[in-house]
Design a protein around this ligand. Structure first.
Ligand code: AHG
Length: 283
């Protein structure tokens, strides 16, 4: 695991450099979800593939930017599912973006996730790593190296509300939930990048990030293996909660396909309780 973590740190430096200096245009390709790929998406994917090619414990890679599984080392132990540059469409307006890594051992399902990590490329580069039975650890780049900063613990109740999905397509009970939180004084924080949005909520104590199922996307938008499960693990390790629209822990998800999505709610204990009431879920 140490080698994987050190590799993620070096990947973060390389992708950060690419974001700062490379062409921001589109490539001529689409990813497996049919979205146009930016050159930076393709390049970040390649940076990660090359970096893990020399890490023998990594058996397979599964990328948001590729269809299927790429075998690296037949004798390896872990499969790394990653979103190389989440929120990449925000780079051309100079907002923060991120990379997300889920490290699985065995069949690709939430219960087999053993560690996860994400990198935030913002005014500073930050890294959060969570491993079993440990609080997530925050690292920040200082003098060209990652320095360990602090363990992350969420408060029981926060102040921020990050409501994803097109409002026009929200279900009635979801609108009631979001309106209720604003009526309680919650403040809107939504950049359109789940990495900085979830990072902000976690570091500022708590709140709710939601990406629900909507009438046009009943299973939501965010991908289970690369986005939802890695963050669910981190939120739970920090003392928060992460559930789907039926109240089931996201850490119980079993994707049928690598690119399956799920409605998702990440928050502190209080806001998840408010969500359950709005959705008619037994506490
Ligand atoms: P992408 O990687 O295609 O830019 O998508 C970003 C993701 C996620 O980071 C964010 O929370 C969500 O999509 C935003 O979606 P909406 O634009 O629908 O709010």
């Amino acid at each position: 695991m140490h080698t994987i973590i050190e590799t993620i740190k070096s990947i973060a430096f390389e992708i950060d450099q690419a974001i700062k200096t490379e062409d921001l245009g589109y490539s001529n390709s689409e990813n497996s979800s049919g979205e146009d790929q930016l050159k930076l998406d393709v390049q970040s994917d390649l940076i990660i593939e090359k970096a893990f090619a020399s890490v023998a414990v990594v058996k397979n890679l599964v990328s948001e930017e590729k269809e299927g599984v790429l075998e690296l080392h037949a004798e390896g132990k872990y499969t790394i599912c990653y979103d190389p540059l989440d929120g990449s469409s925000l780079v051309d307006v100079n907002l923060s973006v991120g990379s997300i890594f889920g490290i699985y051992e065995g069949v690709l399902k939430a219960q087999n996730l053993v560690a996860s990590a994400y990198v935030v490329y913002g005014p500073r580069v930050e890294l959060v790593i969570a491993q079993k039975s440990q609080k997530p650890m925050l690292y920040r780049v200082l003098n060209n190296a990652f320095k360990q900063i602090a363990e992350i613990t969420m408060e029981k109740k926060g102040k921020l509300n990050a409501p994803g999905g097109t409002q026009q397509h929200w279900e009635k009970h979801h609108k009631i939930l979001i309106d209720d939180l604003f009526a309680q004084g919650y403040r809107l924080r939504y950049s359109g990048g789940m990495v900085p949005d979830l990072h902000q909520i976690m570091l500022k104590g708590g709140g709710l990030f939601s990406y629900p199922g909507t009438s046009d996307k009943p299973e939501g938008k965010l991908r289970q293996l690369f986005e939802v499960i890695p963050f669910a693990f981190i939120y739970e390790q920090a003392g928060g909660e992460a559930i789907d629209d039926k109240g089931i822990r996201l850490m119980e998800l079993v994707p049928k396909h690598p690119h399956d999505t799920s409605p998702c709610f990440f928050g502190s204990v209080y806001e998840i309780d408010v969500m359950k009431k709005a959705y008619g879920i037994e506490a």
